[in-house]
Write a protein of this length. Structure first.
Length: 361
């Protein structure tokens, strides 16, 4: 399956499962956090010329905040924390293993290709067949091991024991095969030409060690009225933490002005979004990255403009900017800010860096 299909499917799962931008997407659908196809970075599309954007010049304008706005943002922040504490959330991840050979053994001791925590000596063998119609991975359970299909519920139940070889459906297809072994859950992920096994523990130490998120003070001035300027055929080069890059379709430029609270001369800025159903999805960077915020940028959603609005107006609320999954675990595969989305100023609102996260990016 192409990365474009993977991204669209993953973003749809995020919107449905998380109520827009209130939480990170389920680990089974790592997409926006998922990634791409190129083996090495390619050049990003150049920033459109001034001439191309002259019809989109804007005056910096703060969108009036609705009544109870601060309480609304604080409620969203609380939902962010709640989502991270789910037993199948990003803090539950404990492993990510990439399939290389045709035979990959799984167990709890050295000598296996993939060593899982809290697992018996040998759990199963994963056989990879790269046929002409695409790769197929088959799980062959070890006799006597209580390997099961995970039930599709929040209680962490099981559907049936796995005693015979069966195909593992990857997360790029409907009906992803999720296997259960005690408190562990694992499944197959597909990232471009890479196939991996992602593992979570519903009793992960990171869940118990979570001490909460930090946020900048809410600043309504960063709830900004912006404009979407459609650009037919526009694409954006999206890199990821695996070193891959993919060209993604982009509906146009989102043009907005810097609020006076930024403490510098007002200017016009642009961001390039990806399509996420009824919303636009942004991966952006700014000068707080690697200091007060996560080094790999932040995510932001915005409702698409009303199709009947000739000016293409929308709201960018940077108070809702939040960390990608890679801020919390080394076992995610997140996108990084495309070159045009690295903003030349500090945006001191939204979610701050997670103190307990891995030290990368």
């Amino acid at each position: 399956m192409s990365y474009r299909s993977l991204l669209v499917a993953g973003l749809a799962l995020i919107v449905v499962a998380c109520g827009s931008d209130t939480s990170p997407e389920p680990p089974a659908a790592d997409a926006p956090a998922a990634p791409a196809v190129a083996e090495a970075p390619r050049s990003a599309p150049s920033t459109p010329s001034k001439a191309a954007g002259q019809d989109a010049e804007v005056t910096p304008r703060t969108a009036p905040a609705p009544e109870g706005y601060d309480e609304e943002i604080h409620a969203w922040q609380k939902e962010r924390e709640t989502s991270l504490l789910r037993p199948d959330g990003w803090l539950s991840l404990v492993g990510l293993f990439w399939l290389e050979g045709e035979e990959n053994t799984v167990g709890g001791v050295p000598g296996n290709d993939f060593v899982f925590p809290k697992a018996p000596e040998r759990v199963c063998t994963l056989r990879l067949d790269r046929g002409p119609e695409g790769p197929i991975v088959t799980v062959e359970p070890e006799p006597g091991v209580d390997l099961a299909l995970a039930a599709d519920d929040e209680e962490g139940g099981i559907a049936e024991l796995v005693t015979e070889p069966r195909r593992m459906v990857p997360d790029t297809e409907p009906g992803t095969t999720r296997l259960a072994l005690g408190s562990l859950r694992f499944w197959l992920i597909e990232r471009g030409d890479l196939l991996g096994v992602r593992v979570l523990d519903r009793q992960s130490p990171a869940l118990k060690a979570f001490e909460g998120l930090e946020f900048f003070p809410v600043d309504p001035a960063w709830r900004i009225e912006a404009r979407l300027v459609p650009k037919e055929g526009l694409t954006i080069a999206v890199p990821n933490v695996l070193g891959q890059v993919s060209e993604q379709p982009c509906p146009g430029e989102v043009v907005f002005g810097v609020p006076a609270s930024a403490g510098e001369e007002r200017r016009e800025l642009r961001l390039l979004p990806m399509d996420a159903g009824d919303q636009l999805f942004f991966v952006f960077g700014d000068r707080t990255n690697g200091r007060a915020t996560y080094g790999g940028g932040r995510f932001l959603y915005a409702e698409k403009p009303d199709p009947d609005d000739p000016e293409g107006r929308l709201i960018l609320d940077f108070n809702r900017a939040y960390n990608p999954p890679c801020a919390f675990t080394e076992f995610a595969t997140c996108p990084l800010p495309p070159r045009p989305n690295k903003l030349p100023l500090a945006i001191e609102v939204g979610e701050k860096a997670y103190a307990g996260g891995p030290a990368h990016h």
